[in-house]
Design a protein around this ligand. Structure first.
Ligand code: KIV
Length: 266
């Protein structure tokens, strides 16, 4: 069992203490990030872009995810390991169960699904069978071809209303956590206030219960050369990677990251 459990994350929300999450794909970084006090290690399907060099997350398989979860598990100290189910790995309820089992048996403590209210049956099914679920709303990179690019979501009032309703419907279905990506800061603040479960943001302002960044981004590494507005390079001014990871944890806990320049307006 990790020391950081779903219950521990829930207590952080209740106490008003910010939750720290970073993506992580291997044992050495798992050790460094958990040693720095990162509470959640997200084995994200962003590994398709940052490790495998693809231009999207779509080519990632469940076998890839299980392999990297197992690597992270070996280096982790006491963080909670959250694993993405990749593109089309939860298209049916049968696939959802089988692919969740694969990453949980590899060492994950929670799975993350991208989508909206249509995920409710999957969330309920998994939660009833002992799998905590984080739902990823807003910019959902697996749907990049439907969204027409990596764009801020929820700027129009109708979209914002829908996102608020989706978040609460998924919480009602049993989601243990909500992740909001590239959402106007005000909307993210409203969803965080309305939700009982922790809400983690990336490009969603400082009012969410916690923050996540892609590890390579916050270490100043970029394959494409394009750095999203919500990224801060924590290597700047730090002597080494371990100090950069600690600076991330301190700044998230102190609510000095993200600053207003890292967020989006409606
Ligand atoms: O896959 C990933 O790294 C993610 C983060 C961008 C939140 O889902």
């Amino acid at each position: 069992m990790p020391e950081i459990t779903v219950t521990a994350l829930q207590s952080l929300k209740l106490k008003g203490e910010k939750i720290t999450m970073l993506t992580c794909y291997d044992a050495t970084f798992a050790r460094a990030a958990s040693q720095a006090g990162v509470e959640v290690l997200l084995v994200g399907d962003s590994l398709g872009m940052v490790l495998q060099g693809h231009s999207s997350t779509l080519p990632v398989s469940t076998a890839d995810m299980a392999y990297h979860v197992a690597c992270v598990k070996r280096g982790n100290l006491d963080a909670l390991i959250l694993a993405d189910l990749p593109f089309m790995a939860y298209a049916t309820l049968e696939q959802t169960l089988a692919n969740s089992a694969a990453v949980m048996q590899a060492g994950a403590h929670m799975v993350k699904l991208e989508g909206a209210a249509w995920l409710a049956d999957s969330v309920r099914l998994l939660a009833e069978r002992g799998v905590p679920v984080c739902v990823h709303l807003g910019l959902t990179p697996q749907s990049v071809n439907v969204l027409g690019g990596y764009k801020v979501q929820g700027r129009q009032e109708s979209q914002a209303r829908q996102m608020r309703a989706d978040a609460l419907a998924l919480e009602q279905a049993g989601a243990a956590m909500i992740l909001l990506e590239c959402v106007p800061s005000e909307l993210a603040a409203e969803i965080t206030q309305a939700a009982k479960v922790p809400v983690i943001g990336i490009g969603a302002g400082s009012a969410t219960d916690g923050q996540v960044l892609v590890l390579h981004d916050m270490l100043g590494l970029s394959l494409s050369g394009r750095v999203p507005k919500f990224v801060k390079n924590f290597m700047r001014g730090q002597p080494d990677i371990q100090s950069a990871l600690s600076a991330y944890v301190s700044e998230v806990k102190a609510v000095s990251f993200p600053a207003s320049e890292h967020g989006f307006s409606a």
